[in-house]
Design a protein around this ligand. Sequence first.
Ligand SMILES: [Mn+2]
Length: 371
Amino acid sequence: MRIFSIVQKIFSTVVILLSVESFAQGRGQIAGLDRWVNRYAEMQTVLDDGQPWTFENQLTTLALGDLHGDLNAFLQVLSQMDLIDSETGRWKGAAMNLVLVGDLINGAGQSRSLLTYLMQLQNEIHASGGYLHLLVGNHEIEVSKGDEDKMPQRDQREFTEHPIDGESFEQIEDVFRSPNRYTKFLSQFQMMIKVNGALFVHAGIQGWLMINRNLPGAINSTWRAWQRHWSADRDKRRAERPPRETRWIFHEEDGPAHLQDFRLNQRPRRAIQQNQFEYLMNYLGADYLIKGHNMTPDERIQIGHPELGPRVISIDTGISEAKGGRISALLMDRQKGIAEPIYFNRPGRSKFKSIRERIKLAIENRCQVAL
Ligand SMILES: [Mn+2]
């Protein structure tokens, strides 16, 4: 056992050295590359399950920051942009890429309504020829692994008030730690995607991308493996447990949904440097990184970063009423080659009542009723 683990260690070190070398070849060396990558040597992923993480099309992209349980704010964006019918909530827009960068839940008390609505909207957007891309934020991870105390009472009540798939759950942990339509939906979320050259991730990227096989596809697969484990039936849970070395995905302060390196001020001491960041972006063939997670100080979409350069776009403007910032969206037009921030007024509480009634019906009737 001991010898095996030593052999394994030597093997993985060789693999890391080889992958760093092939990484550096033809891309120009950067100072301290080996030291930087060594920090991440223990961080591994599961094997890539083959689900795509890059998407190329001619469509316009609309990206929204952290919604934190505010369905009304989301509806405000969609209806003001004439993408949905403001009575029924049905998609009526042209085909587009709609990207939500994670932290959809926990805050304004409409987490369950928002997830339920997104399930329906996803079908309608697909039917229009477009894509709905949903990313994992640290809040989705927290509830999935069993830290429901981060979920405000009003968001918890929305889940525990009504049965799920015919079964009543008294405890919020039963919702995210069992097979049901919400956990099934969460298993489709991604940690990192690239849409028309723009890389989307909840919090940011770091040197772990350079460790052997830790590419976005494998990182997405690792989230799915853990999420399957957490939401499996009790008897299956143990059997489907992913390897320990992949826990950094949700535990480490360095993880893609947790790191603080891309804050606009007060970055951590060992935060990623601009040359390292540029290196990773070139490696992934990405022009821009679009992220949420840290509210921008002026509650406006920030194009460019004071220390990391012009390729970082921060779109968490505190959209949720629980955060009290600005409702915003970033519109990217491929043909025109522009990225345009758009801002919206906060809707009154009674707005979109008929859509919310329909969603409530869908919840109570276990999604048998079309929205
Ligand atoms: Mn976050």
